[in-house]
Design a protein around this ligand. Sequence first.
Ligand code: PHE
Length: 378
Amino acid sequence: MTRMGKYCYSILHSCKVITDHPANNVTDSIFQKIGINLHQQPAHPIGMIKAAIHDYFDRQHPGSFTKFDNLTPVVSAKANFDEVLVPADHISRSPNDTYYVSPDTVLRCHTSAHQAELLRQGHRAFLVTGDVYRRDSIDATHYPVFHQMEGVRVFSPEDWHAAGMEATQFAEGELKRTLEGLAQHLFGKVEMRWIDAYFPFTDPSFELEIFFNGEWLEVLGCGVMQQQILEKNSGPDQKAWAFGLGLERLAMVLFDIPDIRLFWTSDQRFLKQFKTGDMSIKFKSYSKYPPCYKDVAFWISDAFTENNLCEVVRGIAGDLAEEVKLIDNFTHPKTGRTSHCYRIAYRSMDRSLTDDEVNALQEEVRSTVADKLKVELR
Ligand code: PHE
């Protein structure tokens, strides 16, 4: 995972970000994702779902929503956290969860990083699509880079007075009506439910879940924007709603895509199945190659985190790592030491893996884990 001498080219201008700062925890495989911009590819499922959502807003509110899809993912920690009121001690700020390029620059972990800036520019209704980055676990619905669309709409007193409603209630009603309409536009009939949630930048806050492959999948977070954000960046006497949609998850549900890694494949058997504008396509899995399971067990230290383990596994196996799952966790009664056993599923989306290949990956994972994570292999 050397990062020496690497540059990241941001999207708008080729601003060089020097990445050998000691605070930098961005691995090469993550840096290489910057600039790929799946959301700008019209025949890719991520680009298609973006277009379908734009289409919904254009029909509902012709000409009202300004759309952005080329804002750089390299943002200040201030924009990503402070300006949307994320508390100083909030877990999402930790380098265990967020990719830092330097102490005050991050790869945005959500498109909410653009809310304040766009309000300051005077926008009152906008949609921002972009790639977002999070250190996270490894499984079929989690990937350290994914795409979000942020939506914001600001109202004035005339709006809620005309409806004879109190401002917050009015914004909440508009928000839910808008998002339910969107879900219907995308999916037709689908089972969904609202969950009360917490976000530092909205109050009240909600999540929308959709029933998919036998479980409830969170597809968006939203709420009524904190007044402080509006007052600081837009002006007094306003009310707004905001949402952040996960485009991969919506696309997985809509097109029946079973694994989030598929979005990154260059295999034509995947890409060829999609066509700009055809939202009725169902993905047909080409033969699923067999997985290969390998366990690794070790005594952990206080500094151990699962995200760090997953980062090591991804650094070595890349997209061949399908899942990393804790299968045993016990504390020795005498020594008080805790042991974890993780099962790693290796599987390629495109081909069969050989035993030798998997064994070599697993060996490298074992030695790197012992070396970098300060754990004792068992
Ligand atoms: N930024 C939130 C997330 O990434 C989603 C969100 C956006 C919630 C806007 C509320 C308002 O999870």
